[in-house]
Design a binder for this molecule. Structure first.
Ligand SMILES: CC(C)(COP(=O)(O)OP(=O)(O)OC[C@H]1O[C@@H](n2cnc3c(N)ncnc32)[C@H](O)[C@@H]1OP(=O)(O)O)[C@@H](O)C(=O)NCCC(=O)NCCS
Length: 295
């Protein structure tokens, strides 16, 4: 952990989504301990199709939605209007307006989405938070609906299921000056050995596969990334099926979980972990000018 903290010297400010829990110095995400050059030399193009008709969420289904956070001013105002007082307060803590707007769009959209599944208005959603900040549904009787949100630059992903706790992560695949050092210091022995044999070009995607797959599991359990990074072992080489190979002592067996690679847009790596087997995954994009289908 000390080594991680040393890497925080040149970091960007923590987002307001974490300020409520923030005790400096701490490590919260990849974005906080590596330089974060502008993601996406290419414009963001979400690969998933918009949903054309309502698809009920069956017990083993997982619905994953991708959404652009750079919404129009009118959508931005609508999203801001559905936030709770606490969320507005968190939004106001952002230093940069584009970070503030992305937080509002992400939270507002999450509320709209969950409201559709629960057939309640977005404002009625009550979030309860785990010890490490994971939001869950506080409203009775909706607690059985599991969800998780992730964002990177302009893209947000939200996953929803009845099947079990889940976590999702997305990262822009980019050049990192510290990549070899980060792998060497924080990943498992087997991962380091395989990683060293890859070409520079292969390493970039492999690193973000590693990161997003580990973080998806850590988010599913509600833990942060401040521990266990080197005790969650995952497959990560391009072309290899995403799988959890071993988990920290005291966790459920890796065989109880499913890990999925997601490909929401060119230039992004993403993953989803869920405490359930035999799940069916459906991925769509939501465009702000399209209504969400009834579910
Ligand atoms: C959770 C965590 C891994 C997310 O990092 P990230 O890559 O920057 O962010 P992502 O885009 O993947 O996900 C952010 C979203 O995950 C959700 N989230 C927050 N904390 C979470 C947690 N512990 N587990 C799962 N999901 C979490 C939130 O919906 C958040 O979005 P929002 O606040 O904008 O609504 C990171 O913030 C972390 O490690 N948090 C732990 C906090 C911590 O260490 N606390 C110390 C005690 S105070």
């Amino acid at each position: 952990m000390d080594e991680l903290l040393q890497l925080t010297a040149h970091l960007e400010r923590p987002s307001a989504s974490r300020l409520s829990n923030w005790k400096a110095p701490a490590v919260f995400s990849l974005a906080h301990f590596v330089a974060h050059p502008a993601i996406g030399a290419q414009p963001l193009e979400i690969s998933w199709s918009p949903a054309t008709e309502g698809k009920p969420l069956e017990s083993n289904d997982i619905h994953v939605w991708a959404f652009r956070l750079d919404v129009s001013p009118s959508s931005q105002a609508q999203f801001a209007a559905v936030l709770s007082a606490e969320e507005r307060e968190r939004a106001d803590q952002f230093h940069f307006v584009h970070h503030r707007n992305r937080f509002i769009a992400g939270r507002g959209w999450l509320r709209v989405l969950l409201g559709r599944y629960l057939r309640i208005s977005p404002e009625q959603i009550q979030f309860a938070y785990g010890s490490q900040g994971k939001p869950a549904l506080g409203n009775q009787p909706h607690r059985g609906l599991h969800f998780n949100l992730a964002h990177s630059d302009m893209i947000a992903l939200a996953a929803v299921t009845w099947a079990g706790p889940l976590g999702v992560d997305v990262e822009g695949v980019r050049e990192l000056a510290d990549m070899d050092e980060l792998v060497e210091r924080f990943f498992c022995a087997r991962e380091k050995t395989i990683f060293k044999k890859l070409s520079h070009e292969q390493k970039r995607l492999a690193f973000f596969n590693l990161w997003t797959r580990k973080e998806a599991w850590l988010k599913a359990t509600g833990q942060g990334i401040s521990q266990y990074l080197n005790r969650v072992e995952v497959s990560f080489v391009s072309g290899e099926k995403a799988s959890l190979l071993s988990l920290p002592d005291g966790s459920q067996s890796a065989g109880d979980w499913s890990l999925h690679e997601l490909n929401p847009a060119p230039g992004f790596a993403a993953a989803l972990a869920v405490l359930s087997k035999q799940t069916r995954l459906f991925c769509w994009q939501w465009r702000e000018n399209l209504l969400l289908p009834e579910v």
